[in-house]
Structures are given as C-alpha cells and as structure tokens.
Design a protein around this ligand. Structure first.
Ligand SMILES: [Fe+2]
Length: 145
C-alpha cells in the first residue's frame, strides 16, 4: 500500500504543477487562435483541479498523508513549470502532448500495480483518468495534423 501512496503523491505533484502551468498558459497565450486556446486551457485546468482533490482524497482514504505544499509539488513533479512569458499555441501544444503522455504512463503504472495488490478503488480511478486523458490526447494531437 505504501508504494501506491507514494505513486499517488507523485501524481498529485504532477497535477499541481500542471494546474499552475495551464493557468500560466491561459493568461499568457497570444495569437490568432487566442479565444479557442484560452478557453480550452481553462477547461483543462478545471478538470485538473477536480483530479487534484480526488487524488489527494484517494491517498487519505488509503490511510496516508497527501502532500500539500508547493515545495513538495515542485520537488516531486515529473512535469516542469512554464516560464512567465507570452507564448504561442504552437509552442504550448507539443508541451501539453508530452505532459499528457507522462500522466497516461503514470496512470497505467499505478493501475497495474494496484491490480496486482488488489487495490481496486485506486485502479478504477486510474481507469477514469486513462479514458479522459486518452481522449484529451487524441483531441490535442488533432490540432497539429
Ligand atoms: Fe480565465
């Protein structure tokens, strides 16, 4: 169970950094597709906000302590922050594709581990995320073809 809590805490860190990064892009994106990308980024961070709470409460439900400081999040996230700079959609999209792929890989690893350990509540949460991020990835990749 401890390994599951550690993996979930690392995921919590990724999600918190991603949340801030998505807001940063939402505020700093510029260009002719501004309205579409600005709005889409808000949809993404609203979704991530909900997932942050779900993952933290999943950790608590398993009897462990969710990480709760920005220092923890930055130190343990595989996803990196964005800079405080104006940015074009064509720069944001490949970065978000990579970040969503990082998350999908983590969901899969956590699910496989949880299935082996019969921790089905966490496994089923990962199913939801696998489904939602696979769809997000398909849609965002469609922007670049
Ligand atoms: Fe806004």
């Amino acid at each position: 169970m401890e390994k599951t809590a550690k993996a979930l805490n690392e995921l919590l860190c990724d999600l918190n950094v991603l949340f801030t990064k998505l807001q940063n892009y939402h505020w700093n994106v510029t260009g002719k597709d501004f309205f579409v990308i600005h709005k889409q980024l808000e949809e993404y961070y609203d979704c991530v906000s909900k997932e942050i709470d779900e993952v933290a409460e999943q950790i608590a439900t398993l009897g462990y302590q969710p990480l709760g400081t920005l220092k923890d999040y930055l130190e343990n996230s595989q996803i990196s922050e964005a800079s405080n700079l104006k940015v074009k959609p064509e720069s944001i999209i490949p970065i978000l594709i990579k970040d969503f792929e990082i998350l999908l890989s983590k969901f899969t690893q956590i699910k496989e581990h949880c299935d082996n350990e019969k921790i089905y509540i966490t496994s089923s949460l990962m199913d939801e995320y696998l489904s939602s991020y696979s769809k997000k990835l398909w849609m965002i990749k469609s922007l670049t073809v």
